[in-house]
Design a protein around this ligand. Structure first.
Ligand SMILES: O=C(O)CCC(=O)C(=O)O
Length: 276
C-alpha cells in the first residue's frame, strides 16, 4: 500500500486501538517557521509581538475559557503559509497510510486552522467540554483523521489540546450519532460522568484527571495532553473526544489543526446531517 512504509505496523495497531499517534518532527523547520512568522506578523499589528518577543499586557490578560482573540479574525487561515502545511510530504504520506489509501474530500476538509490561546489562567484544569468533530456513522466507518501540529513549542499546561485516547471505539453501534448525543450516552458511565461534570467545584482539582485511565466495556481510555516542539504533530481519529485547555504558560499557545474527511463517507455524512 503506498505510504505505508512511513508508518510501522505497530503504529497502525496503536492508532486503531488508541486513535492517537505522535510524530516528532513531522514538519520541516522552514515550513513551520513560515507559519509561525505569519502568526507573529498578524499579532504584531495588535502590539502583541514586537522586536522578536511577546509583549503581553498582564492587565489585559483573558480569563479561561476566553482565549483572548477571535483567531479567525485576528490571524485567519486564508494565507499560503497556513495552506502550505498540507503540502508537507511526510504529512501526506502519514495521512494516506492512516486512511488506508482512501482519498480525502477537499471540500468537506476545508482549510487548516491556527489554534491560538493567550496565557489565560494561573490554574490549569481538565475542562468539561469534551466533543468530537465528526458523528458516529451507521456504517461504523472511520470518517477521517485530524491533524494537531505544533507551530511553536507547547509545554505541559501551556494550552495544548486534550484528547481522550480510545474514545473513537465507543458507540459505534450501527447508527448516526452526533456529538451532543454522544455526551448524553457516555454520561451513563462513571468514567464519563466525572469527565463531563463540573464537580468538584474547585476547577484546580480537576487537573488530577490528566492521565486518568479507565475502561468502558473492553475499551481502554486515557486522558492525554498534546505537547511538543515546533514541527511535531499528532494525528487523531476524527471520532476521538477532545477539548481545548487553559494556558498557564507565559507565552501564547500556537498550534494548527486540519480535518481530513474521507471521500467515501461524504454521502453518508451528508445524509445523516440532512444535507441531501
Ligand atoms: O486545542 C483547542 O483549542 C481545541 C481544538 C478543537 O476543539 C478542535 O480543533 O476541534
Amino acid at each position: 500500500m503506498p505510504g505505508h512504509s512511513i508508518i510501522t505496523s505497530e503504529q497502525l495497531e496503536e492508532f486503531d486501538r488508541r486513535g492517537v499517534l505522535r510524530f516528532a518532527g513531522l514538519f520541516s523547520v522552514d515550513r513551520v517557521r513560515s507559519l509561525r512568522e505569519y502568526v507573529q506578523s498578524r499579532l504584531a499589528r495588535l502590539g502583541l509581538w514586537k522586536d522578536g518577543a511577546w509583549h503581553l499586557d498582564p492587565a489585559a490578560r483573558p480569563r479561561w475559557p476566553a482565549t483572548g482573540l477571535k483567531t479567525s479574525e485576528a490571524i485567519g487561515n486564508k494565507h499560503p503559509a497556513v495552506e502550505a502545511l498540507l503540502e508537507e510530504p511526510a504529512l501526506r504520506a502519514v495521512v494516506e497510510a492512516l486512511l488506508d489509501g482512501c482519498a480525502v474530500d477537499r471540500k468537506m476538509s476545508g482549510r487548516p486552522q491556527v489554534l491560538f490561546t493567550l496565557p489565560n489562567s494561573d490554574t490549569w484544569t481538565v475542562p468539561t467540554d469534551w466533543h468530537m468533530d465528526s458523528p458516529r456513522l451507521a456504517s461504523g466507518k472511520q470518517p477521517g483523521v485530524q491533524l494537531f501540529a505544533f507551530v511553536d513549542t507547547v509545554e505541559p499546561r501551556g494550552g495544548g489540546t486534550l484528547v481522550l485516547a480510545g474514545s473513537h471505539r465507543l458507540l459505534n453501534e450501527g447508527r448516526f450519532i452526533r456529538s451532543r448525543e454522544v455526551k448524553r450516552l457516555l454520561c451513563r458511565e462513571p468514567f464519563f460522568r466525572e469527565l463531563y461534570s463540573e464537580a468538584p467545584p474547585n476547577v484546580g482539582e480537576r487537573a488530577r484527571l490528566l492521565g486518568r485511565v479507565g475502561t468502558v466495556g473492553s475499551v481502554e481510555l486515557e486522558v492525554m495532553e498534546l505537547t511538543g516542539l515546533a514541527g511535531d504533530a499528532y494525528l487523531t481519529d476524527l471520532r476521538v473526544l477532545h477539548s481545548g485547555a487553559p494556558n498557564t504558560a507565559d507565552r501564547p499557545r500556537i498550534m494548527a489543526t486540519h480535518r481530513f474527511v474521507r471521500a467515501d463517507v461524504v454521502q453518508e455524512l451528508s445524509k445523516g446531517y440532512g444535507w441531501t
